[in-house]
Write a protein that binds this ligand. Structure first.
Ligand code: FE2
Ligand code: FE2
Length: 140
């Protein structure tokens, strides 16, 4: 999937926006988790709606935030690289797994959605604790 990246948005502003997107996504992820307890199909539909938002967000993190880190803080980048590699399971789940879930049993679907939501919340935390501060340090 291709996303247009705005290379003119100043980095501190972009990081603030990405953090705000995390804040906006968290309650929706709660909703996904809760609806999956009742009707997993409803949770799947919600995740489908979130797909583009989440994937675009990840592409921006890699193209802009990580780029600054690799240019200026490469020697400290190992943990951030690891966090960015988590985008692989994010996109694998949203681009491939999600379409196959309707064929799974409701319990298997619930478990898989629960794990994705938990892991994604943790991913956001890691970005806010590790990746974003390092990018801001790289700019200073
Ligand atoms: Fe991310
Ligand atoms: Fe993020």
């Amino acid at each position: 999937m291709d996303y247009k990246i705005d290379f003119n948005e100043p980095m501190p502003q972009m990081i603030e926006r990405l953090k705000k997107e995390h804040v906006l996504l968290l309650p929706i992820l709660d909703e996904v988790e809760n609806s999956s307890k009742g009707d997993p199909q409803q949770a799947i539909a919600l995740l489908r709606k979130l797909k583009v938002t989440i994937l675009r967000h990840a592409v921006e993190e890699e193209a802009r935030v990580m780029r600054v880190i690799m240019e200026k803080e490469k020697s400290d980048s190992a943990s951030s690289v690891k966090v960015m590699q988590e985008h692989r399971w994010v996109s694998e789940f949203l681009e491939r797994r999600l379409d196959k879930l309707p064929k799974e049993s409701p319990d298997a679907t619930r478990d898989e959605i629960k794990k994705f939501v938990l892991d994604l919340r943790e991913h956001f935390r890691e970005e806010e604790d590790i990746v974003f501060p390092l990018a801001l340090k790289a700019l200073s």
